[in-house]
Design a protein around this ligand. Structure first.
Ligand code: SAM
Length: 288
């Protein structure tokens, strides 16, 4: 069966009485080149175990199965169970787990399902939970690569450079942990039902170590969050509002590290935030 042929999909879904759920981000692919290319870009071979989030009717799962050692697909919608049982017949290296990916113990799943294999992620993500899912996948620290299709707008935020409107706290979180690339775009016409927005496939490659050194990583992200919670304010005002740092202290911190005391956080790269964080970290409590 051709799992990306529009007519075959419609008759399969009708036979099983399946209804698309908007709240589960169900937009299934109807262009064969897309799942093939996503799977190709994921860098798979028999030494790799792939976690897929949201197999839908299994068109990407099938491509992953052909290329990887093992595939574990986590699907939230139980009404897809009989459909996947039919479409994935013959994909011996695939296991489907029904549940919410956000509620899984990812390190435990990975060590149970992929012993001796390099764990990676490859998926067409449900768009309504893109950020929490990516955060959980990255924070688990389990995956060497994450190759996923997401909304173009979120892809641009993840790969953004400083001093652009797409740049923000999420950009810095992802870039702290991973190297980021946008690989290619996919138009709405490649899905049923068609989403309103263009999609992009991105690849996140886990860094062996953070891109810059910082004394206190938790403080770095407090500083970043405070800076972007009030992104139109100067960094001095944003850190005053977000962290309660006296303005004159932050001014001194910025000047001592060679920054203009009137800068906004959005002009800083990770190195800039790390320098400022280290200076705040080294402050004597008497200064605060
Ligand atoms: N992989 C299929 C494709 O490319 O045609 C379907 C992708 S569709 C964009 C997203 C899939 O994720 C749906 O099957 C949806 O039911 C599933 N899903 C939504 N939220 C989920 C969650 N929290 N955990 C696991 N699966 C989820």
């Amino acid at each position: 069966m051709n799992l990306t042929d529009y007519n075959e999909i419609r008759s399969l879904l009708a036979r099983h009485g399946f209804r698309f759920s908007k709240s589960l981000g169900q937009n299934f692919l109807t262009a064969a080149w897309v799942p093939e290319r996503i799977a190709e870009e994921a860098g798979l071979d028999e030494t790799v175990g792939v976690l897929e989030v949201g197999p839908g009717i299994g068109c990407l799962t099938e491509q992953l199965s052909k290329r990887a050692g093992r595939v574990l697909s986590v699907e939230l919608d139980p009404s897809l169970r009989p459909i996947l049982a039919e479409t994935l017949t013959g994909c011996e290296n695939v296991e489907v787990l029904f549940g919410d990916v956000l509620k899984q113990d990812l390190p435990a799943l990975v060590s149970e399902c992929f012993p001796g294999l390099t764990p990676v992620v490859c998926a067409n993500l449900p768009y309504n939970v893109t950020s929490p899912v990516l955060t959980a996948l990255i924070e688990s620290g389990c995956f060497a690569r994450i190759t996923v299709m997401i909304q173009r707008e979120v892809a641009k935020r993840i790969c953004a450079r400083p001093n652009t409107s797409d740049y923000g706290a999420f950009t810095l979180f992802v870039q702290w942990h991973c190297e980021t690339e946008i690989l290619f775009d996919v138009p709405p016409s490649c899905f049923v039902p068609q989403p309103k927005v263009t999609s992009s496939v991105i690849r996140l490659t886990r860094r062996e170590k953070p891109p810059v050194a910082v004394a206190d990583e938790a403080l770095l992200f407090k500083v970043i969050r405070a800076a972007f919670n009030q992104r139109r304010k100067t960094l001095v005002n944003a850190l005053n509002a977000g962290l309660g740092l006296p303005k004159e202290v932050t001014e001194k911190v910025l000047i001592s590290r060679g920054f203009d005391p009137k800068i906004r956080g959005e002009v800083l790269d990770l190195g800039g935030f790390a320098k400022i964080t280290d200076e705040i970290h080294s402050l004597d409590h008497a200064d605060l």
